[in-house]
Design a protein around this ligand. Structure first.
Ligand SMILES: [Cu+2]
Length: 326
């Protein structure tokens, strides 16, 4: 548990919006689900600008053919020097909306969703769910408390040393060196002891080729500014995104072992998987050119937020996704 994780946990609690109502109204809400999955990292509807413009009223501002192109192939509009996009890019600090590899049906569903929101259709907007303050998983809470106590102890030692050095005095180097030797041996023994006691319980002991240790499911995760792209097939280059079928909503079986194969298409990101109680479950780095494997067994049913754990540029704090376990 590190201090830098705290804002993400809090961010997840406050900002995560569920789209689980989607199952009930597939046609009307497919666009809503896609929007949750692919667009909220950069856009809100009526919640103000994020990385990109607030999309409230966009279906009235722009015509449909243009909207469809903007959603499906923003890069083509940029290349053509479309005046509207050129002006938008200037306004949004040069950030260019990425091509997300959507097909026609998905684009229409998204536009239908935006239209419904603009028309103020009842029930069109998924209600924002505000999570209660989560109860940290007990071991995590204990580690956090121990970490705080240890940090306080270190701060006290530093303060004591700083305080004691105000007045100069004779120091016996012999005694200081003797003390240093003792401390060295003690820390060596403690380190080896802790290692010996815990190493066998460390994950990743299983051999790749043992059939019993094969994961039930392999999921590829490609991180990029500012989203996670999920797939059953490898995504290693940006061009794969239009080609490889994506998983829009990852649902895993309760108790199954899943191996995430995580990479990045641009800068280094973090792949942080949080549990239903918003406790961190597992994490690895998403690095360009590497495929990092992260194997976990997910026993508790519920929603698992996924957040980027590496500051990756201005839109970092919107970089989140989720999976569910049923
Ligand atoms: Cu990030």
């Amino acid at each position: 548990m590190q201090i830098r994780h705290i804002p993400f946990i809090l961010g997840a609690i406050v900002a995560l919006v569920l789209a689980s109502a989607a199952c009930a109204q597939p046609a009307a809400d497919q666009g809503g689900v896609l929007f949750e999955q692919l667009c909220v990292s950069c856009h809100s509807v009526g919640g103000g600008d994020r990385v990109g413009p607030d999309l409230a009223g966009v279906t009235r501002r722009r015509d449909e053919a243009w909207l469809e192109r903007m959603v499906r192939e923003p890069d083509a509009l940029v290349a053509e020097g479309d005046p509207v996009v050129t002006a938008l890019i200037a306004r949004y600090k040069g950030v260019i909306m990425p091509r997300l590899g959507l097909d026609e049906a998905q684009a229409s569903a998204l536009i239908a969703h935006l239209k419904a929101l603009d028309a103020g259709a009842p029930g069109a907007a998924p209600a924002a769910v505000v999570y209660e303050t989560p109860e940290l998983m007990r071991p995590q809470a204990r580690i956090w408390t121990a970490f705080l106590a240890a940090s306080a102890a270190v701060a006290l030692v530093f303060a004591a040393v700083a305080f004691s050095s105000r007045n100069s005095r004779e120091v016996s180097t012999e005694r200081a060196y003797a003390l240093r030797r003792v401390l060295f041996v003690v820390s060596l023994v403690v380190t080896i002891g802790v290692l010996a006691a815990t190493l066998s319980a460390a994950p990743y002991a299983a051999q790749e080729d043992e059939p019993a240790s094969r994961p039930d499911r392999i999921v590829y995760v490609a991180a990029r500014q500012f989203q996670f792209v999920w797939s059953d097939e490898p995504i290693t280059r940006a061009e794969d995104i239009g080609r490889v079928p994506q998983i829009q909503q990852l649902v895993l079986d309760k108790g199954s072992t899943v191996e995430f194969r995580v990479t990045s298409l641009d800068v280094t990101h973090g792949f942080g998987l949080y549990g239903p109680q918003r406790q961190i479950v597992a994490q690895t780095q998403a690095m360009p050119g590497y495929l990092n494997r992260l194997r976990v067994r997910l026993d508790a049913p519920g929603d698992y937020p996924v957040l980027c754990l590496e500051y990756c540029a201005a839109g970092h704090h919107h970089m989140r996704s989720r999976l569910s376990v049923r």
